[in-house]
Ligand binder design. Structure first.
Ligand code: MLT
Length: 261
């Protein structure tokens, strides 16, 4: 699968994988703020933005393999690979399947556990509605209000408007496919002990989709991880508090480069 990719800047390659149900457009502030230090590579995961959906069965592993194929196409052997929420699930799958290509990992507002039974059933129901209605109204009603935190809603209503626009432009069948892929994702908790690469975990303090507890559990299970809480942010730290997000990634990248020298 050939992914549509926004690719800017120069330096250490930094791949950033977007959340559900958004696209690489969510990384605007990272492309602007990090390009002086990194080659910032932000693909649209399959079905989203400019990337085709393809005919494979839904799985986060297929999404991770798309990213490996993208690195091949770009001639990049190793990169810092990071993702937010669904992008984090894909990053974890990438670390399981392509560990030798990971210089460092960034896991933002995500978790290593699989869905609990109730959450998995709810996802399948959402996928069925997306397919039957061929509309994203179920996402606008049920998910959008939880994507950004109360501080953003109070102080930065334009950010909410932008996120709403991204949700509205998501193709319903791609969203259904991704829901099924997330529902089928394995629990990565045990695999974390084998992830030796430095990992930065970022977590919005006001996130109600992924909890601080989820983030702490990953930090404890990983041999080489640092957790940074992002104040004044809900689930979409990179969009809601871009400066804090970018500062943390810049510092992480600098420390990584020092250890590689
Ligand atoms: C996301 O932000 O990518 C999704 O909310 C993740 C999920 O549904 O588990």
């Amino acid at each position: 699968m050939q992914l549509y990719t926004r690719d800017v800047g120069g330096g250490t390659p930094l791949v950033l994988l977007h959340a559900f149900p958004l696209s690489s457009a969510m990384w605007l502030a990272q492309r602007e703020g990090l390009a002086a230090r990194f080659r910032v590579i932000t693909p649209d995961l399959r079905g989203f933005g400019g990337s085709p959906l393809g005919a494979d069965d839904p799985s986060v592993d297929a999404m991770a393999d798309d990213v490996a194929a993208l690195l091949d196409t770009l001639g990049i052997e190793r990169a810092i690979v990071g993702g937010l929420s669904m992008g984090g699930y894909v990053t974890l799958a990438f670390c399981r399947r392509h560990a030798e290509r990971v210089l460092g990992a960034v896991l933002a507002d995500t978790k290593a556990t699989a869905d609990a039974d109730g959450a998995r059933e709810a996802r399948i129901r959402t996928a069925e509605r997306l397919e039957a209605e061929e509309s994203v109204s179920v996402l606008l009603d049920d998910l959008l209000p939880r994507l950004v935190g109360p501080t953003t809603m109070r102080q930065r209503a334009l950010v909410y408007g932008r996120v709403r626009g991204l949700v509205q432009s998501t193709p319903p069948l791609a969203a259904a496919w991704a829901q099924r892929a997330m529902a089928a994702r394995p629990d990565s908790t045990e695999a974390l002990a084998d992830f030796r690469t430095p990992t930065l975990i970022l977590q919005g303090a006001e996130d109600t989709i992924v909890s601080e507890e989820d983030a702490r559990r990953m930090a404890e299970a990983l041999p080489n991880a640092e957790l940074i809480m992002i104040p004044g942010s809900g689930h979409l730290t990179a969009v809601e508090q871009p400066q804090l997000f970018n500062d943390a990634v810049t510092e992480f990248g600098a420390a990584l480069t020092r250890t590689l020298r």
